[in-house]
Design a protein around this ligand. Structure first.
Ligand code: AHG
Ligand code: MN
Ligand code: MN
Length: 358
């Protein structure tokens, strides 16, 4: 018996490109470079305690005010080094860098922007739980000129492509180029990503939700209402029991939801008045939102589609709810039903100190 013929990522991209006979090939070259960066990070992560890059970076704090793990820094360098030479990028931006990254003069520049979270869920790295990388591809609005923060402030709906790699028991790359979602598993012997999960779809209904319940005292009433109903299960208005999961690696949660449905919430809350949400719009919410929507699910701020939000800064945070379509619709409905008076900390209202983005 012969094994099934599987496309490699390269073959898949060549087939996709046949739909665009005038394409230069730059886009494919970019995605293959990103895939190479992910393979390199997968290998470093897999060494675990035997490799370099474990632990914190001597107390270093990134632009988010978060402690950097050594693997955050290493993964960021891998993304920069692998992608800067390719000639398809005008610039890059990352969770780990305060400012946009300019392509060095010794390399040709190109028409795309790459935005990434080089290592998502890195608090899990020392305990050997799945982590990942997330990326988003945008068009550079000013051609190959030096990039500014403004160039990156594009709504998620204008992404050209988005993807993530999850470094779990197997390494997978999940990709959308705006034409559905395809999943590739790394064949460790060939060193190639093989198409194993074509046309991934998020089931529209689910009995599984993911939220960091330790924040419940900071939630807004619509979120409390939704979670209370899930917890009430059979005995409540939903008339079915729910299961809860929290990995604290969004990329791993997104992957679970793509595979079997579910809903993920990291909603806007009142925990820290300077942070309207935990996750970052440009390199976490937008790429994951694009993938989930391309797979038939939904991604929302709780109030409106996340892909419609016009970003205001590179490291902007936002409330994020994504997953099975009917659950996200329900959560949006609960937000839209809520009285303005029951919502949030006064610091966030229209006249407050921190006016809320959508
Ligand atoms: P990162 O490691 O890139 O900073 O992202 C971590 C994010 C996300 O992956 C995860 O869902 C969330 O932060 C975990 O938040 P809690 O610490 O509140 O569990
Ligand atoms: Mn992250
Ligand atoms: Mn990260």
């Amino acid at each position: 018996m012969t094994s099934p013929h599987r496309l490699t990522l390269t073959q898949f991209l060549i087939e996709e490109r046949r739909r665009f006979p005038h394409a230069s090939g730059d886009f494919n070259s970019l995605i293959l470079n990103v895939a190479l960066a992910c393979k390199s990070i997968a290998r470093k992560v897999a060494f675990g305690a035997l490799g370099a890059g474990q632990g914190d970076v001597g107390g270093a704090i990134n632009v988010q005010g978060e402690t950097q793990k050594e693997m955050d820094v290493v993964s960021n360098q891998v993304f920069l080094q692998v992608n800067e030479w390719c000639g398809c990028l005008a610039g890059m931006a990352s969770e780990e860098m305060a400012e946009p990254y300019q392509i060095p003069d010794c390399y040709p520049k190109g028409k795309y922007l790459l935005v990434f979270d080089p290592l998502d869920g890195s608090s899990n790295i020392d305990v050997n739980v799945a982590v990942g990388s997330i990326f988003s591809v945008l068009r550079a609005p000013n051609g190959d000129a030096a990039v500014t923060e403004q160039d990156f402030l594009q709504a998620g709906a204008s992404q050209v492509a988005a993807g993530y790699a999850v470094y779990g028991p197997a390494t997978m790359l999940v990709l959308t180029v705006g034409n559905g979602v395809n999943g590739f598993t790394l064949d460790l012997e060939l060193g190639e990503f093989m198409l194993t999960h074509p046309a991934m779809q998020v089931p529209p209904d689910t009995c599984e939700f993911a939220i960091n319940a330790s924040n419940s005292r900071f939630w807004e009433p619509p979120v409390k209402r939704y979670v209370d109903e899930c917890m009430a299960g059979q005995t409540g208005g939903r008339c079915k029991d729910f299961n809860m999961r929290w990995i604290a690696s969004m990329v791993a949660e997104a992957h679970r939801i793509l595979m079997r449905g579910g809903v993920f919430l990291y909603p806007r809350d009142s925990k820290d008045a300077s942070k309207p949400g935990r996750l970052r719009l440009l390199y976490e919410a937008n790429p994951i939102g694009f993938i989930i929507e391309q797979a038939g699910g939904r991604a929302s701020t709780g109030r409106l589609p996340v892909l419609d939000v016009k970003p205001t800064s590179l490291h902007q945070r936002i409330g994020l709810v994504f997953g099975s379509r009917n659950e996200v619709d329900r959560i949006e409905r609960y937000h839209n039903d809520a009285q303005p008076t029951e919502m949030m900390n006064p610091l966030f209202n229209e006249h407050g100190l921190f006016r809320m983005p959508a």
